[in-house]
Write a protein that binds this ligand. Structure first.
Ligand code: GLN
Length: 344
């Protein structure tokens, strides 16, 4: 029986798809020396930058897992997606968006300038200020252990635990996040214990996951919040829609626009080197590559997704030029023919 990988609008031969991903890994690995592992959290600085792994989990068809897809690394900012899911389920969008906006910030993930100067609310829940605001809401309703249980369930991975070394390392060096949290208190966005909110946020960032666990989670997001095999609903359709939209517009911080042009798959990054990518109605993808670009996104991981986005029809906006290599590209001279009555 021929194995098939059901992605995009066509069914692709499984072996052919594996070859495409293998070739993409070779190209992506060339990016590794151009980046560096995060070391502002000292424990993360110990990671081997050379690692790269991917797991693609289509809604129907077999997983493709290659490279370091079973290596444990800390989830870091991808935990913001878990927190956002839980907050949307618990409070609903109306109450959540009273505390945090849904706009791209155009600033670094740990910025506090735009929060202090332009707005009384964090720009979105996927930057540190927004996630700390969400943490302040969550700690009134759920414990860290509840969150760990949700994380294990959403990622279908019982082995997820908190990495104590990374947690202690970040708590010892998190002056900037502490400053953001107290600024949020001064603006009455955090109305609970600031230190509790900071610890809760940092513990969630320290969960040890794998690329495969992220692919499992992404698969459920791609399938409208429902397990593709079990049929079990994990999250409401509304929650999943909002999360995916924010991933597309804000998931890669101030690199979100360029990433959307180059890859076009809603994705969330973490400074541990993880990427959670949701190819809607097609596949969930988890990537691990700890060498980061200047925005804090996995440099080889982003390149890997760029390489396969169009070839495996994972991107939102499929470029059909690829199917018609000989097709003539439009040039400026063609415009009058196509748009005869341009207004002057
Ligand atoms: N724990 C990290 C921090 O707060 C998460 C940042 C990230 O992954 N971009 O700085």
């Amino acid at each position: 029986m021929t194995k098939t990988l059901h992605v995009g609008y066509e069914m692709m031969d499984h072996e052919e798809a594996i070859r495409i991903v293998e070739d993409a890994i070779v190209v992506a690995r060339e990016e590794i020396p151009k980046g560096a592992v995060a070391d502002y959290i000292p424990e993360l600085g110990k990671a081997d930058p050379d690692q790269l792994g991917i797991c693609i989990y289509p809604l129907s068809g077999e997983k493709i897992c290659l490279g370091d897809y079973q290596t444990r690394f800390t989830i870091q900012s991808i935990s913001k997606i878990i927190s956002l899911c839980v907050a949307l389920e618990l409070f609903g969008p109306e109450k959540l968006f009273e505390k945090v906006e849904a706009e791209p910030s155009g600033e670094a993930f740990n910025s506090l300038v735009e929060l202090d100067l332009n707005s009384n609310k964090p720009y979105n829940p996927l930057i540190n200020s927004g996630a700390l605001a969400v943490a302040g809401m969550l700690i009134e309703e759920v414990s860290f252990h509840d969150m760990l249980r949700f994380a294990r369930e959403l990622c279908d991975d019982d082995q997820i635990v908190m990495n104590k070394d990374v947690y202690n390392s970040e708590m010892a060096t998190c002056s900037r996040n502490r400053a953001i949290a107290y600024l949020l208190e001064s603006k009455e966005i955090i109305q609970t214990d600031v230190e509790d909110a900071l610890q809760f946020y940092t513990k969630l960032c320290s969960l040890d996951v794998t690329a495969e666990a992220l692919a499992n989670f992404a698969n459920r997001l791609a399938n409208d919040g429902v397990g593709n095999l079990s049929g079990k609903r994990y999250l409401s359709s509304e929650t999943v829609r909002i999360v995916k939209t924010l991933m597309l517009t804000c998931g890669m911080y101030d690199g979100s626009g360029t990433y959307a042009v180059e890859v076009g798959i809603p994705t969330k990054s973490g400074v541990g080197g993880g990427l959670l990518a949701v190819s809607d109605k097609r596949a969930g993808i988890g990537v691990f590559g700890p060498s980061l670009d200047s925005k804090g996104n996995s440099i080889a991981g982003c390149r890997l997704l760029k390489e396969i986005a169009n070839k495996l029809r994972l991107t939102l906006f499929f470029d059909t030029d690829l199917l018609h290599a000989s097709r003539k590209k439009y040039s400026l001279n063609d415009f009058p023919k196509h748009i005869p009555n341009l207004p002057r």
